[in-house]
Ligand binder design. Sequence first.
Ligand code: ATP
Length: 534
Amino acid sequence: MQMEQLVALCKRRGFLFPSSEIYGGLNGFWDYGPLGVLLKRNVRDAWWHDMVLAHNELVLQNGAPGLYEMTGIDCTIIMHPQIWKCSGHYDLFHDYMVDCRESKKRYRYDHVKGRNATWQGKTVFVTTMETENTQDALEQAALKFFGLRKKDAPNLTWEGMVTPISQLADFSNVLGPDAKTVGTLTEPREFNLMFKTVIGALGGEEDTSFLRPETAQGIFVNFKNVCDSTRVKIPFGIAQIGKSFRNEITPRNFTFRSREFEQMEIEFFCHPSESEKWYRYWRDRRFRWYTGLGLAGDRLRLRDHDKDELSHYSCGTADVEYQYPFLPEGEFGELEGIAHRGDFDLRSHMEGKLVRAGDGLTLELDADGQPRHRGSGKDLSYYDEVTRERFIPHVIEPSAGADRGTLAFLCEAYHVDQVPNDKGEPTERVSLKFHPRLAPIKAAVFPLVKKDGMPELATELYGELKRHFSVFYDDKGAVGRRYRRQDEIGTPYCVTVDGQTRQDGTVTVRDRDTLEQWRVKKDDLTAELRERLS
Ligand code: ATP
């Protein structure tokens, strides 16, 4: 599938629009249109339903099968600035960037890649940010630099593999992605990804806070409140869905890397001796969730991080990754991370910012021997009344992106096939084969023609179905065209009221994927659709 086709469909049919488009757009921000909002809400609802409300898996606990508890929370986006100091985001949450002195553009250091191109004895390391057709983009850059035409391309010589510039010793022979001369890229510099904001009217340094870059910290700082108000017993999880903000240096690939996005996060608190078991449980459970909603096995994978990839606090992390079509052949992009975070977060909010020391963690001190960032000083340990043990729980964190999930479901759903038109001739059809739980519109109702009482019957049926599902009414154009319009937005079922409906009270139901059609009594339609959609 070509990504451009999906992007165009999303715009044309109202799934996604560039934010602030009439003012030229705003890089890294996207708006969900009338269908997109339904789709994303279905993704979030499926997650909340399956993870929080309806989870009923019996898991072995202390030798006996039991159900663990899951509860929810909804915290503010702006929180006490000290939270980000203790969590490590203030000091550590940055990317490296390089600037181009010539084009005045800024790039993420690890995203610029290139290759040595030689023409008539002169060699230049040409670069690009393009991920989908990297070599084509590099070729274009080299031709432009040497002042050549497309037909000269075979005479260029290429050396080595495509390499990120982060692997080069210096940039003196590097041609920046948008530059005309070599050597214009600066040395990499740190850039904090948190958006700053000022609280209140005075606006001093102490009034500066941040838009949260993740929802997780709101859960940790409320751990005690949740324990005290609900009397949940360990092991249990707290879930939160909400907006997060990261001032990404190079937002791109549609909604994949945005500056404002939504996360669906769980912090699962357990006894330290059981954390390995729970880590494996969540890692597998979260992978199954995606396959259960239709992401195919060969485009989805679970990848364990290597030891050197782990964050400073993590004892184990795995990513659920999807082969997004905008990535180079064979590459996967992160959809969700499942991390074993040990007791790092609760301890940080008790004691202050921690750093790794040998195998353990210790308080980071400044030059005067004082804590670099002080914690809350509150006791965030847990007391187990049965075992009479007090301990700081370990945490497993499945952290998913609602937008990356929605995008993966969109990519996976996109299909082009050949189906017969009204005259029986094969024609190309675009359809979004969403899992029925995710489809924005569950059924469309059509009167076959706009006469003979059919619109009245169809409107009545539409009103009835609307009480139960998101449904759509369409009486414009030939029925075949109406089917195509619904296929293109992923509606699983189309219901047509025709001449026979007045005689025997039946309607035709048509399946998006099999194209099968059958008749159902209209009074049985709600039950039939409910059964098929569940
Ligand atoms: P990446 O390495 O791609 O920047 P990350 O490892 O920083 O991602 P996490 O901090 O683990 O991401 O965030 C958890 C989830 O939040 C990610 O798996 C992803 O689904 C989502 N996410 C993170 N950053 C973005 C973003 N800029 N735009 C959209 N979703 C994001």
